[in-house]
Design a protein around this ligand. Structure first.
Ligand code: SF4
Length: 79
């Protein structure tokens, strides 16, 4: 009886590409988005959301941005 492999352990998932901006522009410095000047916080009600200004901002969750994403090449050091 053959064994079915559910996961190929040779496949390495590069979490840096979870950030759609890294997919678009490539990796930036070894930083997180939370230290980038392009990351903004919005608070329309009781909840806070983070958005990358360069990614485009909608009123929906599709453009919510994780502060711990790997920085992209458009990274701008916080002043
Ligand atoms: S521009 Fe800044 S906040 Fe936006 S994805 Fe790149 S590093 Fe992150």
């Amino acid at each position: 009886m053959s064994q079915v492999e559910l996961f190929d352990d040779k496949q390495v998932v590069d979490r840096d590409y979870d950030n759609p901006m890294v997919v678009l522009y490539g990796k930036g410095p070894n930083e997180k988005c939370k230290t980038c000047d392009n990351l903004i916080q919005i608070q329309p009600g009781q909840n806070k959301y983070y958005k990358c200004e360069l990614r485009g901002i909608t009123h929906g969750p599709g453009t919510d941005h994780r502060v711990n994403y790997r920085a992209c090449a458009m990274y701008k050091k916080e002043r």
